[in-house]
Design a protein around this ligand. Structure first.
Ligand code: NDP
Length: 302
């Protein structure tokens, strides 16, 4: 959710009854401070900050969330043992994002209060094992005792119910909220996502950090580099710096890195965040009714 989820989106989601999350990976320390303060002013509901541990100035972000008494912090892309104890000592609820049961166990052992089990369908940074959400959620559910939040491939209430049937206690939606009015993503990127079709996102750059992005001219250059058997250093050089900003924030649809999940193919509109929350909950209730009406009773089940 870098370049997408600032204080506007996070506070709108929290005000609508969800838990809004500020994505701090694209924010300089003073920018995060500003977003946290604006979020506090815009909502009296709980909200969270996601801190990717790959972030170059991670210590400063940690200091900011502690000083500002942010109630919940999601940590991702790194070892949960590094910051969990410090955050918890400051009274912060810690949720760690994982892509395998092995790392879910590590997060639990490090004292995390919950884990996000994020599958292969998710946009942006992704797991190396390519485990789908359908497979990952039950594996993580069976491995840990702490609450499990499912992510990756969830954009509506049907998928939310499915994730809960697999054992999740909650769900995290990213791509659906990129296509919200409050997301800070460039309007051209939002529209590109809405116009996209099945197969338009792919996982690539596993040698650097696996990332799911949309097919565009830059993605084709990456594919050509693989065809030439490029080394990791050559891939890094091709990626360069601030590709994600160029694509998702500045709207360069050709040369930018456009991170989004597989569910992009099903997104049809850009909506206010509160309307997204309302629709997801209505779809969830409708899907629950449909499931309850199914008569699956068989002799074997009796
Ligand atoms: P790059 O190294 O390509 O570029 C850094 C970008 O982050 C620039 O656009 C820069 O803005 C901005 N930035 C914000 N704070 C800093 C800082 N303290 N030092 C340097 N740059 C900063 O990185 P990416 O854009 O690929 O990733 C940025 C961050 O987001 C990383 O921490 C990464 O781990 C995280 N990320 C997390 C994802 C996830 O799924 N969890 C997905 C993708 C990225 P400017 O150009 O204005 O200088």
């Amino acid at each position: 959710m870098i370049w997408a989820s600032g204080w506007r989106l996070a506070s709108a989601v929290s005000n609508a009854g969800g838990l809004g999350i500020i994505g701090s990976g694209s924010m300089y320390p003073e920018v995060l401070l500003e977003h946290v303060r604006k979020c506090k002013a815009a909502t009296d509901k709980p909200f969270a900050v996601n801190i990717p541990m790959l972030y170059p100035a991670v210590e400063e972000h940690i200091a900011t969330v502690i000083a500002e008494k942010v109630p919940i912090v999601f940590t991702s892309a790194g070892n949960p043992a590094t910051w969990t104890a410090k955050l918890k000592a400051a009274g912060i609820t810690v949720v760690h994002v994982v892509a395998s049961a092995k790392f879910a166990l590590k997060a639990e052992a490090a004292g995390a209060d919950a884990v996000v089990a994020e599958g292969f369908e998710a946009g942006g940074h992704n797991g190396r094992e390519e485990t789908t959400t359908l497979v990952l959620v039950p594996l993580v559910r069976d491995a840990v005792k702490i609450p499990v939040i499912a992510a990756g491939g969830i954009a509506d209430g049907r998928a939310m119910l499915a994730a809960m049937a697999l054992g999740a206690d909650g769900v995290q939606l990213g791509s659906r909220f990129v296509c919200s009015e409050e997301a800070s993503s460039h309007a051209a990127f939002k529209q590109f996502v809405v116009d996209s079709r099945e197969g338009d996102t792919l996982l690539t750059l596993k040698e650097l950090a696996p990332v799911r992005m949309m097919r565009n001219a830059f993605f084709l250059e990456v594919q050509q580099a693989y065809a030439r058997c490029a080394t990791p250093d050559q891939l890094k050089e091709l990626l360069g710096r601030a590709r994600a900003k160029r694509g998702m924030f500045q709207g360069d649809l050709e040369q930018g890195e456009l991170e989004i999940g597989q569910v992009a193919a099903g997104l049809k509109d850009i909506l206010p965040a509160a309307e997204i929350v309302r629709r997801v909950m209505a779809e969830f209730a409708e899907a629950q009714r449909r499931m309850a009406a199914l008569d699956l009773t068989t002799d074997a089940a009796q």
